[in-house]
Design a protein around this ligand. Structure first.
Ligand code: ATP
Ligand code: MG
Length: 173
């Protein structure tokens, strides 16, 4: 019996997005088609965006949304971008163009009420049967955890950024 899973990588430790990318790397080797949708736009160009182009036809990464600004004047723009990104993700999920869809940092959209939690969970539960969906981000909600088949929590024990070290190429981006 093969059934697509809902996988969640959450927790405060580093490794959620890279775990999803590792899974993508593995799946691509089996000719699985992978799509990653990044809901929070980072300020620097990440290596995975470049790498995905090298797996042309097997891996696509879409960077949508804005960085969170927590600026009252801009919150409506953030919400609008988040909602548009979620609509885009829904189209991708039902498109049958991919075997795995990674929803990177989706948990923040739920946590900060940029999208309606019930709507997101209901949609994920009704995903196409064979499709695997991977959700990453801190503070996964209990409803998301309940809906998932597999949940891993990254636990922060030590991180050089806390000692003032700068982000490093290949490690953080
Ligand atoms: P990665 O993309 O490296 O797998 P992540 O997805 O688990 O990390 P996010 O919560 O998306 O982590 O945060 C993004 C950045 O924050 C990463 O570059 C990561 O190194 C950094 N980070 C994660 N955990 C910590 C921590 N405990 N202290 C400081 N910085 C952290
Ligand atoms: Mg991440």
């Amino acid at each position: 019996m093969k059934r697509g899973l809902i996988v969640v990588f959450t927790g405060n430790g580093k490794g959620k997005t890279t775990a999803a990318l590792g899974l993508a790397m593995r799946a691509i080797g089996h000719e699985c088609r992978v799509c990653m949708i990044q809901f929070i736009k980072g300020s620097w160009k990440s290596g995975e965006l470049v790498s995905a182009k090298r797996f042309d036809g097997l891996m696509d990464i879409f960077t949508l949304g804005r960085g969170f600004l927590f600026d009252a004047e801009d919150i409506e723009k953030d919400k609008e971008a988040a909602r548009e990104a979620w609509e885009f993700a829904k189209d991708i999920i039902v498109s049958s163009k991919y075997d795995i869809v990674i929803l990177d940092e989706l948990t923040y959209l739920i946590k900060y009420k940029m999208v309606e939690e019930d709507e997101v969970i209901d949609f994920l539960i009704k995903k196409p049967d064979k499709l695997h969906i991977v959700v990453t981000g801190r503070d996964a909600s209990s409803r998301l955890i309940d809906a998932a088949d597999m949940v891993t929590e990254m636990k922060a024990i030590k991180h050089p950024l806390e000692e003032g070290m700068k982000c490093q190429k290949g490690i953080e981006y």
